[in-house]
Design a protein around this ligand. Structure first.
Ligand code: NAD
Ligand code: NA
Length: 395
């Protein structure tokens, strides 16, 4: 079929298999252009199909020659309907990994469930024996608790007071004010249940109980802090409470891994255009200003540059550098004073009229459509393409 972008609200409901393959290939090429990493040999990535998780899988495979198992929740294609982009990303990743002689298998299903944890444990046992690294990169608006069957929904709300600030609809370029009402107590509990550390811990507990974790095992989950500007809706909002919980869970997990000298870390990553961040109010305006400033200073990084740096310059150094809270920081460039001062100044000036000049709205849009395989040079989007792509190592 001929596949064009079709947006609904903030998401794109179609994706292009060749474009997704190009996106993956670009990331593989980047990793191959860098010096190899002496790191893990067997890696499990939970949330492996898009964003930071996909970049983690690519870095593991093509940067460290690791065998990888990827877990994700993606929609397969149907006749006349495209798959979700993470499906096509994974198909392309596995094809390249297999060509390079690398082990790569995938599991598509709800990572929060006991069934998917069990299936993953069995696959590790059968094929890899033990794993040395688990990357936890889930971003989900809902979680069905495996013990109670209760379905929790996360929210992106401020705590205490209504928050009013500017935002941009990046599809139209309109900058306008939005107000987000303060959350309830229940919103906090729900958001922590979905995006906090409980499920991460359940994964590690399960894998440890099955004897699948190698000595010196490491696990890393991803977090975000960001600037003062977005604090009420991000770090001091409901999602921030979940990130606090995730960060605290790193210590709990480390304690439980003492006998195998295992360690759990949270890595604080940079703000980037992903399917998840596009859905957060205010953040797209911040990102479009941030990108402009970081590109001007030649400091811009995407997911793959971030994760390469995480592995090469943090995770596999003898002593892992962390901040006063024990967190790995790869948001160091974003958080630099000169960058943040400039973004704060541009924030004041941002209007529908000025944003195309002072912000990187085009860059934002371009990256957004890239997530779904669109806007890539060298791909003919008028041409018929086969949507029925399968993932070679899907279990
Ligand atoms: P993303 O939407 O690109 O990726 C989410 C992944 O989770 C996908 O692979 C998806 O298939 C998988 N997933 C979602 N629900 C699932 C489920 N129930 N079962 C199995 N898999 C499921 O998101 P992202 O932006 O890469 O976010 C990953 C992590 O990085 C999150 O913890 C996020 O908070 C964090 N982070 C993001 C940013 C940012 O700016 N995007 C910055 C710092 C940290
Ligand atoms: Na991810």
């Amino acid at each position: 079929m001929i596949i064009q972008p079709k947006t609904r609200g903030f998401i794109c409901i179609t994706s292009h298999p060749e474009g997704c393959a190009k996106n993956v290939q670009n990331q593989i090429d980047y990793i191959k252009s860098k010096s190899p990493i002496d790191g893990a040999k067997n890696v499990l990535v939970i949330g492996a199909s898009t964003g930071f998780g996909l970049a983690s899988r690519i870095t593991s495979a093509f940067g460290e020659n690791a065998s990888t198992i990827g877990v994700f929740f993606e929609k397969p294609p149907a006749e006349g309907r495209t798959a979700s982009s993470g499906w096509y990303n994974t198909a392309a990743f596995e094809e390249q990994a297999h060509k390079a002689g690398l082990y790569a298998k995938s599991i598509n299903g709800d990572a929060f469930s006991n069934e998917i944890k069990e299936q993953t444990a069995q696959l590790i046992k059968k094929d890899l024996g033990k794993i040395d690294l688990v990357i936890y990169s889930l971003a989900s608006p809902v979680r069905t608790h495996p013990e109670t069957g209760v379905r929790y929904k996360s929210t992106l709300k401020p705590i205490g007071n209504t928050y009013t600030n500017k935002t941009v609809d990046f599809h139209t370029g309109e900058v306008k004010e939005i107000s987000i009402e303060a959350c309830t107590e229940e919103d906090i509990v729900n958001t922590v249940t979905v995006m906090g550390g409980e499920d991460w811990q359940m994964w590690i507990d399960k894998l440890k109980k099955e004897g699948l974790l190698a000595d010196n095992f490491k696990t890393v989950a991803y977090s975000y802090i960001g600037p003062k500007l977005t604090e009420p809706v991000y770090r001091k909002g409901t999602i921030g409470k979940a990130k606090d919980h995730l960060e605290a869970t790193a210590f709990t997990i480390t304690d439980a891994l003492k006998d195998i000298k295992g360690k759990a870390f949270v890595s604080v990553n940079k703000a980037l255009v992903t399917q998840s961040s596009s859905a957060i109010p205010v953040i797209p305006l911040y990102i479009s200003l941030l990108y402009k400033v970081m590109k001007e200073k030649n400091l811009q990084e995407g997911c793959i540059e971030q994760i390469y740096r995480l592995f090469k310059e943090r995770l596999y150094l003898g002593e892992i550098p962390v901040d006063s809270e024990g967190r790995i920081r790869i948001d160091d460039l974003e958080m630099r004073d000169d960058i943040q001062e400039k973004v704060a100044q541009l924030w004041e000036e941002a209007t529908t009229e000025s944003l195309p000049e002072i912000g990187d709205l085009e860059g934002y849009k371009d990256e957004f459509f890239n997530l779904f395989g669109f806007n890539f040079d060298g791909i003919d989007y008028e041409k018929d393409t086969n949507e029925m792509v399968s993932i070679p190592g899907l279990q």
